[in-house]
Design a protein around this ligand. Structure first.
Ligand code: NAD
Length: 351
């Protein structure tokens, strides 16, 4: 059993904790909270050992009636590995603490790539994290693009990828973020920083990205064009994407035409928190014109990096190869195509 500590129990941290607990070969050593708020109560109710971020806040937890098992240092001591899901930049500040305790760590996408030995995506470069002490799981957008580009690159070769990322303004809990009623080129510079982040996974890939931010909290939406090195058969490319366990090709007959409906679909299927761990690629949008591939895909920003964090842990501790780890993670989460209520898109393709 791998004992995993989660430092930063926010949007990503609480989901990673639940995903780790669901695995047969991992357990949660503890989670940290900065204050005794509703999420701290939730962590206690879930049965996770709870640690305060520093000595100064321990009394605050006790005053709120929440027992803590110590501070973040105690949690690091009790852990074989830490998943750091603190806000961007805070993870880098914690790295010396992890090093001092000789504890490996997984960082998240808002950290600079040099916080870790490698940037990670389960589908594209699992092996780079094998036996590494410090690994960075790339952002939600980069994870989504990597999952789509990996099979296209392997099968057809990629000459050039161009993607417009329509980004959600904030997560549902982030009431301080916006815009409320606007559409922003964000960043206004072209290309955006997302392309270089994808290149931390595919160093030789030619990719340009443009970013916008819109008043939405549900998902990101990517408009994708990839010029391939060879000409694919349109049906074959759809089958190729269908066969990927973390790509959900949204069937035409489902009537799903929006991100809101995708999230409702996940809630109806009983997914925890209504999470959509897979990329959602609209089947009707998969189009091939000569060597140009096009599609729309939606990315649930709160969820897609969660299974990748679990796989990163297995790679670091040499617990499985990529295929086995992805299968184990998917099975434990209920992400298997035949294991949940979502329709089989291969059947829908024949409709
Ligand atoms: P969040 O703000 O929801 O959660 C961060 C948590 O860390 C909060 O609970 C906060 O209280 C806690 N924290 C703050 N300072 C701390 C400290 N010094 N020590 C311990 N805990 C501390 O943030 P998030 O959205 O979960 O993002 C975390 C990381 O995950 C970032 O790198 C982010 O880029 C990445 N990420 C976020 C999303 C997303 O859409 N939310 C998607 C993919 C990746």
């Amino acid at each position: 059993m791998l004992h995993v500590g989660v430092n930063g129990y926010g949007t990503i941290g609480k989901r990673v904790a639940d995903a780790v607990r669901a695995q047969p070969d991992m357990t949660i050593a503890g989670v940290t909270k900065t204050s005794p708020d509703f999420a701290a109560e939730g962590a206690r109710a879930a049965g996770y050992p709870l640690y305060a971020c520093d000595e100064g806040s321990v009394d605050e937890f006790h005053a709120a009636g929440l027992a803590v098992d110590g501070t973040v240092e105690d949690m690091v001591d009790a852990s074989d590995v830490v998943v750091d899901a603190t806000p961007g930049g805070v993870g880098a500040e914690y790295r010396p603490l992890y090093e001092a305790h000789d504890t490996p760590a997984v960082f998240q996408g808002a950290e600079a790539p040099d916080v870790a030995e490698t940037s990670f995506n389960s589908r594209a470069n699992f092996e780079t994290a094998r036996d590494a002490d410090y690994v960075r799981v790339v952002s939600c957008n980069t994870t989504g693009l990597s999952r789509l580009l990996a099979p296209l690159a392997e099968t057809y070769g990629v000459e050039k990828a161009r993607t417009t990322l329509v980004r959600r303004g904030g997560d549902p809990t982030q009431s301080e973020r916006g815009p409320i009623n606007d559409i922003l080129p964000d960043p206004v510079e072209v290309p955006s920083h997302h392309g270089p982040d994808v290149q931390t996974i595919f160093p030789d890939l030619s990719i340009d990205t443009l970013g916008l931010t819109v008043p939405a909290t549900l998902m990101h939406l990517h408009s994708v064009n990839v010029t391939l090195e060879s000409t694919p058969d349109p049906h074959e490319v759809r089958d190729l994407l269908d066969a990927e366990s973390r790509l959900f090709v949204v069937p035409e007959r489902s009537g799903i035409e929006s991100c809101g409906q995708l999230r409702e679909y996940a809630r109806d299927a009983g997914r925890p928190r209504g999470d959509v761990w897979e990329n959602c690629v609209w089947g009707e949008s998969i189009t091939v014109e000569g060597r140009d591939f096009y599609c729309f895909q939606a990315i649930h920003q709160e969820a897609d990096v969660v299974p990748e964090n679990v796989d990163a842990l297995r790679a670091m501790f040499d617990m499985a190869d990529a295929e086995e780890s992805v299968a184990r993670t998917n099975a434990a989460l209920g992400l298997e195509r035949d294991g949940d209520a979502r329709p089989d898109p291969r059947v829908a393709a024949d409709d």
